[in-house]
Design a protein around this ligand. Sequence first.
Ligand code: ADP
Ligand code: MG
Length: 472
Amino acid sequence: MEKYKATIGLEIHAELKTKTKMFCDSKNDPDETKPNVNICPVCMAHPGTLPAINKTAVKSVLKVGLALNGNLADFTEFDRKNYFYPDIPKGYQISQYKYPLVSGGELNGVKITRVHLEEDTARSSHDTAGHSLVDYNRAGIPLMELVTEPVVENAQQARDFAKELQLLLRYLGVAEANMEKGEMRIEANISVSDTENFGTKVEVKNLNSFKVVEKAIEYEIKRQIEAIENGEKIIQETRGWDENGQKTFSQRMKEGSADYRYFPDPDLPKLKISEIPEFSKENLKKEISELPKEKRERYTKDYGIKSEDLEMYVTDSEFGNFFEGVAKELKGDRDLIKLASNYITSDVVGLKKDSSVIGFGKIEISTFAELIKMVGEGKISSRGTKDILKIMFIEGGAPNEIAEKNNLLQKSDEGELEKIVLKIIENNKTVADEFRSGKESSLQFLIGQGMKETKGSANPKILTGLFKKNLK
Ligand code: ADP
Ligand code: MG
């Protein structure tokens, strides 16, 4: 199997989050459930209507281009991609062909070919009685298409790339990109080869979850290798994913691009980006806040937390904001921040999982930071911390008060603890002698007695120190 190398190139569509459609004022509402309400003569292709370019959509793609470190076009135009299907009322889709808004760029180490802007098609559905239904609410929604170079090497890398793109689109605020809602749709081009040349590529469409992206690519690589091994020829075709059968299946032979008879749309102005102040890089940058990559770098530099923790904060803004708030309260103390992160990713995550409470229950950033400071000062044990957190989550309150009320403060009063230590040594003379003659485990026994005597409230560090001192 290893003699074959797989090559994957991705084509990813994402619906942009704008108020109105790409070329008209109809509402862009992906949550509208009533069919054919967000439509108008323009997106229904009535004769005599004229499209107008949605500026926010253009801006969104330019922002994506900047974030990917791609080249933003100075000259751009829209083209007609001609084909006939009921989901495309005009008989053509307005897209970009020769002059995409963005060329080049990189994400997660994957080279980007281009990012262009087009309009979405209507949603068709086919009922069991043999009728086809079309909902034009989606027709004309701004759609971004990103194409990668054929440089992805395996299914996992393809999945990681798609997830990172989704995260980036969300950070930029240009798309929600929920795959289960069809707001982001992935096509994978896959070929395998045992020579230096590319093999024939097969396009797999309708991959509607990250998991399916991974499974379909894995399946397709295996299928193609087996076919070649059996002396079959791979044909360039479009395949779909069969969820029940967990396999890809042939849908149609691929049309060449010439079939679409692309040509510049004469109804739309060509754009000279540098002549539109709103689209200047300076202006775009102002509207871009911290990107996932920058956040990762900052967290690594400022906090030095584990990479799994970091990933959780970068992908889950609720946890990210909570962690950052706590880190601020802890004033850059790295040890305490790491400690806080451990309690957030284990205990707080656990508390949330076990309850239907939204947010962090009644835990506040300030009370949580207080709690972490108490742990750092050895005022409470890790067992006690877990109990206090639970109470904070459900009832709220200040950790020192909760600790006091529930007898969870560790005894750190050396004078008081020393009296107990001396008493225990007195009552366990043989064990004490055993320790003095070198039996290490005897010390553990004595500490255990100390814990028992103080009902677990003694600070173990201080207790151990006192035993060692008094056994000399
Ligand atoms: P087409 O003209 O058939 O649409 P493109 O050259 O535009 O093909 O490429 C479409 C996608 O297919 C891109 O993501 C590209 O990286 C990918 N691709 C091209 N050649 C191959 C190949 N041999 N194997 C896998 N993917 C490929
Ligand atoms: Mg192409």
